[in-house]
Each structure stands twice: as C-alpha cells, then as structure tokens.
Write a protein that binds this ligand. Sequence first.
Ligand SMILES: C[S@@+](CC[C@H](N)C(=O)[O-])C[C@H]1O[C@@H](n2cnc3c(N)ncnc32)[C@H](O)[C@@H]1O
Length: 297
Amino acid sequence: MGKKKSGSDQFDEFYQEFYQTRWTTLKESLLSPKSHVILKNPYHQGALENVSPFHDLPNLYVGSEELPQPQGEELLPYYFLDGASAFAPLALDIKPGDKVLDLCAAPGGKSLIMAYALRGHGHLSANDKSENRRFRLQKVLRSFLPPEIYKDTIRITGFDASSWCLYELEAYDKILLDAPCSSERHVLDSPTHLLDWRPGRTKRLAANQWTMLASAWLVLRYGGRLVYSTCSLSPLENDGVVSKLLKKFGEEVLISKPEIPGGEPTEWGTILLPDKSGQGPFYLSIMEKVKTLSDKS
Ligand SMILES: C[S@@+](CC[C@H](N)C(=O)[O-])C[C@H]1O[C@@H](n2cnc3c(N)ncnc32)[C@H](O)[C@@H]1O
C-alpha cells in the first residue's frame, strides 16, 4: 500500500494543477505579510498625515509610516483593511438612497465603505450568521458612523445568507456577497489547518457559496447589482460558483469584470493575486439582474 499523502502535499497538488509553474512563486507570496490600506472616516474631522491616496479611491489611503490602531469611545478616525478587498463594495457603485444588503458582513470593513457611499441616505442591512462576529460588526459600525447616521441607515441582522430568499424577494438595489471561503493565506499560516487540508474542503465551500449566491440572486431586484467576492485562490469557489448562476438564471445575469490595477481577468471576474499585484488573493465578479422576455411575460 502506498504512503498516505499529507494535507500539505494534497494542498500543493491541488493548487499546482490550476496555477502550474506559477504555484511556487504564488505560494511564496502568500506567506509574506499582507499589506493594509487606511480607510479614513469621512465623518471624523481630523486630517491624516504621511498618507497618499490609494488609486484615488474615496477615503482610501496608504501610509508611509505605521499608524497606531485607533481606540476609544468617540468616533474613530480610520480603519485598516486589505486593499484588494476595498474593490468589492466600490464595484457596487452605491448611490445615496440605495437599499443595500451585505450578506456576510463581519467584521465590517466593506460595510463601512458601503455606509460611507450612502452618505446618510438609504439603507444598509449588514448581516452575519456568527453571533461573535456580529458583535464585532456592530462595534465597528458604531465606532465609525455618527449615531444619527447609524440609527437612520443601518440594520444589523443574523440570518443564514442561504435562506434569506425565503423571507424577501427582489428587495435590494445592491447586494454584496463576500462569501466565507478557503482563505488559503490562513491555511498556510496554520500548521493544523494545512495538515488537515483535503480537496473536499474547497468543494464543500463552493457548494455552500452556491446556495448563498442563488439566494442572493432572488433577493436582488431587477435592474440591481450584485458583487460576489472571495479571498480564495480556488477556481471552484470563484468562477465555478458564478458559472452555476449563469447556468441556472441564464440571460437574466449580465456579468462584467471589474477593471482593477494589478487585477487579472478570469472567465467571469477579476482576481488579484499577491505575486503579481502585491494584494489579495481577492476575486470579484459583478452581476447585473436584467429582465428577459420570459421574465416579462
Ligand atoms: C469573508 S468573511 C466576511 C468579511 C466581511 N465582508 C468584511 O469585509 O469584514 C465571511 C463571513 O461570513 C459569515 N458567514 C458564514 N456563513 C454564513 C451564512 N450562512 N450566512 C451569513 N453569514 C455567514 C462568517 O461569520 C464571516 O464573518
């Protein structure tokens, strides 16, 4: 009988099959520390020093020096987040007045970007199934939004994203599904996770992501926009999930691939990989819900 392959070997084998000769450098880049950008709180009066704009995106900066983690009871001045992930909420093109849903929102960096885009007009439902993480989400949103804006525009919920469609249909203008995923950076960081890794992990996650995306699609109104994102390298969890949506809902789904500095086009989206862009991994796909002839009848 042959020797059983370790989780680490199975992990390498799985990703090497997709990324081929690139895998060695890609894996190395995943082991290097993640870079962060600074999301400035537009409701906070203080100016930021020694920072420069991050691709001219609203409220986003990179620092030339390390800033301390802000703390306290008052409105906080800035929030750190992964630069690549900021592109997902921005791809929704949120306008004041929109009704917005963030299905997997905790700890809340992307929800904050969405709340800032509303400029106090409209509505953001920030949802997360995990009670602990929801507690953190609420703390983040309360610490970075003035109380009256929080009260008028934010609702925090704790539903299972995959069954949201049982309660509301065609209800939101913009939806972000930043799905729980393989997060290979974390796997590589954790000897126990790596030891236990099996291809079944990404297959299970992809099945779970698909139930969430199918539900999100039914909750999106016609003419609305949905962004699906993950921080996974696995094509099963990225284009694989989007292609299932196309198969089920056909012409109703209008896909566009966000143009992002350093981003690489995939079949149905764009991926930022750290060996090339210094950011990510982060995958995103933009979907518009359009009425087809059969929807109209
Ligand atoms: C990738 S993280 C979200 C990160 C978040 N968007 C941010 O920018 O801070 C995925 C989140 O999905 C939540 N989650 C997992 N399964 C869920 C489900 N079935 N329904 C709703 N939330 C879920 C997890 O608790 C986790 O907080």
